[in-house]
Design a protein around this ligand. Structure first.
Ligand code: BMP
Length: 215
């Protein structure tokens, strides 16, 4: 994944034609497009391959399972053209190691530490540091940490050294892109604020400009 605008679009748009048109319009601006179950369930897993024509695709399947199932999901995503897959850390080191091993040389694995919504404080926050340490030991490429609580990005950064941080929670959830990058995120993930706007391309450009100002 290139590191240019540091902006990742969360394309949770469920209308296939709209999703493809947005992807095309922002392809020169965003560093990657992240897709999740809403788009895959409405438009099919072939969207992974179709979107990979416009941008690197991160499959945010938040895989949380036994190693064999993790293996099958990560492999299936990469086979369809994904550049990276997001997995949960909480199933433990054997599941995480399996994801890393399947993706080796083919794509990246990002592990969720602390989630960005208010409920993320209940179970993920108290265990985020331990999950980050485990992720480092298991060889993941990076982590998901919340733009809604930038101080938590800094806490995770201290544990993981130079590994990547992708930070959701910007825009609709109230976080600011520049705060997340200043706290140590490599990329911010923005969904509704871009794909629900009347002009996704201009909004993506203005996020990219905001980020650029503090680099
Ligand atoms: P939005 O900008 O519309 O809030 O979208 C954020 C995206 O990031 C969604 O796809 C969501 O599933 C994902 N996400 C998140 O919001 N918080 C997390 O802690 C982890 C996520 O993957």
């Amino acid at each position: 994944m290139r590191k240019s605008s540091r902006l990742v679009l969360a394309l949770d748009e469920t209308d296939k034609a709209k999703a493809l048109s947005i992807a095309e319009s922002v392809s020169g601006i965003v560093d990657a497009i992240k897709i999740n179950w809403p788009l895959v369930l409405s438009a099919g897993p072939e969207m992974i391959t179709e979107l990979s024509k416009y941008s690197d695709v991160i499959c945010d399947f938040k895989v949380a399972d036994i190693p064999n199932t993790v293996h099958l999901i990560v492999e299936g995503s990469l086979n369809r053209g994904a550049s990276a897959v997001i997995v949960h850390a909480f199933p433990g080191s054997d599941s995480l190691k399996e994801a890393v091993q399947v993706a080796k040389g083919r794509g990246k694995i990002y592990a969720v530490t602390e989630m960005s919504h208010p409920g993320g404080k209940e179970f993920t926050a108290p265990n985020a540091e331990a999950m980050a340490r485990m992720g480092v030991e298991c060889g993941v490429d990076g982590f998901i940490a919340p733009a809604t609580r930038p101080e938590r990005i800094s806490a995770i950064r201290e544990i993981i050294g130079d590994l990547e941080i992708l930070s959701p929670g910007v825009g609709a959830q109230g976080g600011k892109a520049s705060d997340a990058i200043a706290a140590g995120a490599d990329y911010v993930i923005v969904g509704r604020a871009i794909y629900k706007s009347n002009d996704p391309k201009s909004v993506a450009e203005s996020y990219a400009e905001d980020i650029c100002k503090i680099l």
